[in-house]
Design a protein. Structure first.
Length: 420
């Protein structure tokens, strides 16, 4: 967030770097990354368990990412009112509540229960996104905000790298029950099977809830590490800020990026299983390489963005993503698998770069502008469903045209920011 430090300076918030606060914020990025990537593992599990089409299975992503659309503007208002630290505590409470809801959803064996739990969890992560992204910007100079936020996103990617390994073992654990087997069961047997199988889904989320409880205590104890800021007031929820083309285009770019990234990540297990002739649990583990590439790219990007124009970096990465997705869709076997997994590497710097470049010139309305950008994350709800619908009618390879269209907008946004 390029100008958030300026906003802090004019609103009474100290801009002196604080290593404790920076380190705590990195922990938040890691944990919500770990939780978010588990949804990629949920997709094949719930698809097989509830005999869903690709479009229906993508409702897991829809339920999660629609939460960003619903909660983003209120999140900006909450952080403006409570301040960053208390806003973080609020986000942790809501996120933990969503994780705990996996337990009753599993006991009832209801697909809708899992969707509701994901929606609530997303609400908490949205508040954390608004507050923590701003905090990362405050603890250093404005000139290096893109690099600093990219480093924080690298820790987020570390969570997404580890998540598939844990999720594949705990959630998949073996083959997802084939629909043919489910069709032979009586209604009572089907309900019993779903409850038994769903029990594996709740385990990692209950563990995350426990870690969130620890972080709640830590951030509450440290709540006065940053004084409550007084932000420049933008009337209402801040929608008037969208009159600024840079922010408006940035919101659309966040929509396009998250939608493309999630569309690919959600299909990877089903995409890789036939191409590599491996069981789903192995394909689930391979998803880690997609997110691991993003982690490596973000550590590299944190250094590159200190010297290279962020707009040019963004353009190059988006063009690279288009080339890799197209190459994967037109090939088979190991070549196709490597190409699609390598997309994670070029995805790496997109979110933090779009986010920070969009906020240049916002000044004191940073929390509400950040809320608008987080609202763009709803792309993770819309584009995966469109990708799923395309896959149902035309196959997984053709469905990759949807994320390609998203990356095309990011090429435009990179060129736009590089030219002004």
């Amino acid at each position: 967030m390029a100008n958030a430090p300026q906003a802090a300076a004019t609103s009474g918030v100290s801009t002196k770097p604080d290593q404790v606060l920076f380190t705590l914020s990195l922990g938040l990025f890691f944990l919500w990354g770990f939780a978010t990537v588990l949804i990629d593992i949920l997709v094949p599990k719930l698809k097989g368990l509830f005999t869903l089409s690709y479009a229906e299975a993508m409702l897991t992503q829809f339920a999660f990412f629609i939460g960003y659309f619903v909660f983003s503007l209120p999140a900006g208002a909450i952080v403006s009112r409570l301040g960053y630290m208390r806003g973080i505590v609020t986000g942790l409470v809501v996120m933990a509540g969503g994780c705990l809801m996996f337990a009753p959803a599993a006991r009832m064996g209801l697909y809708e229960g899992f969707l509701l739990a994901l929606f609530i969890m997303a609400g908490g992560i949205t508040i954390l996104q608004v507050a923590a992204n701003a905090v990362i910007s405050i603890v250093g100079p404005a000139a290096t905000s893109s690099a600093r936020l990219t480093l924080a996103q690298a820790f987020n990617s570390f969570g997404t790298f580890l998540g598939p390994f844990v999720g594949a073992r705990l959630i998949l654990g073996g083959q997802v029950t084939p629909p043919a087997d489910l069709a032979s069961l009586s209604p009572e047997q089907l309900i019993a099977l779903r409850i038994a199988e769903a029990a594996s889904v709740q385990t990692p989320f209950l563990g995350i809830a426990a870690l969130l409880a620890v972080l709640m205590i830590v951030f509450w104890v440290k709540r006065d590490l940053l004084p409550r800021p007084t932000f420049a007031t933008e009337k209402g929820l801040g929608l008037g800020l969208l009159k600024q083309p840079r922010l408006l285009f940035g919101v659309i770019a966040i929509f396009a990026y998250v939608g493309a990234e999630v569309s690919i990540g959600s299909l990877l297990v089903n995409y890789l299983t036939p191409r590599l002739a491996v069981p789903e649990v192995r394909a689930g583990e391979l998803v880690s390489f997609y997110w691991g590439g993003a982690m490596i790219g973000r550590f590299i990007g944190a250094a590159v963005l200190r010297t290279v124009n962020p707009g040019h970096v963004l353009m190059a990465c988006a063009l690279g993503a288009i080339a890799l997705v197209a190459a994967s869709s037109m090939t088979t076997g190991v070549v196709s698998a490597v190409a699609i997994l390598a997309v994670g590497l070029v995805n790496s710097v997109m979110f933090p770069t779009i986010f920070s470049q969009s906020l240049i010139g916002i000044d004191g309305a940073a929390p509400k502008a950040a809320g608008l950008l987080c609202m763009g994350i709803v792309g993770g709800a819309i584009l995966p469903v469109l990708t799923g619908l395309t896959a149902d009618y035309a196959g997984l390879s053709i469905a990759l045209i949807v994320p390609i269209l998203g990356y095309l907008w990011i090429v435009f946004f990179g060129r736009f920011t590089a030219s002004i």
